[in-house]
Design a protein around this ligand. Structure first.
Ligand SMILES: C[S@@+](CC[C@H](N)C(=O)[O-])C[C@H]1O[C@@H](n2cnc3c(N)ncnc32)[C@H](O)[C@@H]1O
Length: 321
């Protein structure tokens, strides 16, 4: 299990480092940094750039401010001296699962289309329209690694009941197959595109204990209780105000002694995460990666007793008492 945890954390750190490099590339490629060498009025920078999508340019400038490349007073903005060190230790490189690199390159290209228009047809980040691209992302080695970690934490085996919130197209197969045929896996997702890919695989493999439901996790009311509830890379698509409601629903649906397993790059553990978020915003539902403290705060506001286990930098396990 320790090696799986290291793989998750080290790959997330590497993804963020690559995202920082990519965001620096954008600043140079679009001559944004050139324009910012002397102090400029914020609105002038927005207007003078060749980037047509001004809300996205504003987002990019805000990201530069957040990661410390650019300083901003009320109306003025200027490039700071910025240095960024990447450390390649032998140990961390041995954990890297490099197939996500091409996805990051693809997202870089998509951003350049998004600079023309947010609706550009070459942007492939919609869960329905671009379910195939998402399916490819969710099939990466990194994603299979965190599913293995979920299986190990939850001690998944036949006869167990699992509810997977925002299940996507791959988890219903990779996690679903572990709990049958006497168990039950219920995957909930609001995207018909993602669910239709999952459904055809489930049918093909004959995993008839896997149930898929097209529902929004913000409004769903589960009727059964489960041994394990999973939320992997889904909280970043919730508006902040929905977090408490979704956590409360998950805790209500958990058996006593059951576990809620949350996998996310918790933002307090990854200082430059805003760079990665800039690219993820190509998906219109993306809000931001959650903080561990906001999740714990929500848990404390529910009426349930729980014990918390933090595993590495990206996993929270909530045991319902
Ligand atoms: C990044 S994918 C992660 C999928 C899966 N959990 C995994 O780790 O492979 C996010 C998934 O959450 C779904 N999703 C996002 N917001 C949702 C909501 N409010 N209700 C249901 N599904 C949601 C998306 O459709 C997408 O399939």
């Amino acid at each position: 299990m320790e090696s799986l945890v290291k793989k998750i954390d080290k790959n997330i750190s590497a993804m963020i480092q690559v995202a920082v490099l990519n965001i620096l590339k954008l600043g140079m490629e679009y001559r944004i940094f050139n324009k910012l060498t002397s102090k400029k009025h914020y609105l002038d920078i927005l207007n003078m750039s060749s980037i047509k999508n001004k809300p996205l340019l504003k987002d990019l400038l805000d990201t530069y401010v957040e990661i410390g490349i650019v300083e901003r007073t009320l109306n003025e903005i200027r490039m700071r001296d910025f240095s960024y060190t990447i450390t390649f230790s032998r140990e961390s490189i041995s954990y890297i699962q490099p197939d996500w690199i091409s996805v990051f390159e693809e997202m870089y290209k998509m951003t350049t289309y998004s600079f023309i228009s947010p609706e550009h047809p070459k942007i492939l980040m919609d869960f329905d329209k671009d379910a195939d691209f998402w399916d490819m992302r969710l099939s990466l080695e990194f994603n299979s690694t965190y599913r293995k970690l979920i299986a190990s934490i939850g001690k998944l085996r036949d006869e167990m009941t699992v509810l997977d919130l925002g299940c996507g197209s791959v988890s219903p197969v990779e996690i679903g197959k572990l709990v049958g045929p006497n168990g039950k896996y219920v995957g909930v997702d609001f995207s018909p595109g993602m669910l239709s890919i999952a459904k055809s695989r489930i049918k093909e493999l004959g995993l008839d204990w896997v149930i898929l439901r097209e529902l929004d996790i913000r409004t769903m009311i589960p009727r059964s209780k489960y041994d394990i509830i999973i939320m992997s890379f889904v909280l970043e698509y919730l508006p902040t105000l929905s977090l408490l409601k979704v956590i409360d629903t998950a805790m209500a649906a958990l058996n006593e002694g059951g576990k809620l397993i949350i996998i996310e790059p918790f933002r307090e553990n990854y200082p430059q995460i805003a760079a990665w978020e800039f690219f993820e915003k190509l998906t219109k539902e993306f809000t931001k990666f959650p903080s561990k403290s906001a999740i714990i705060n929500s848990l404390e506001q529910t009426n349930y007793n729980f014990r918390l286990h933090e595993i590495g930098k990206s996993v929270l396990v909530v045991e319902k008492l």
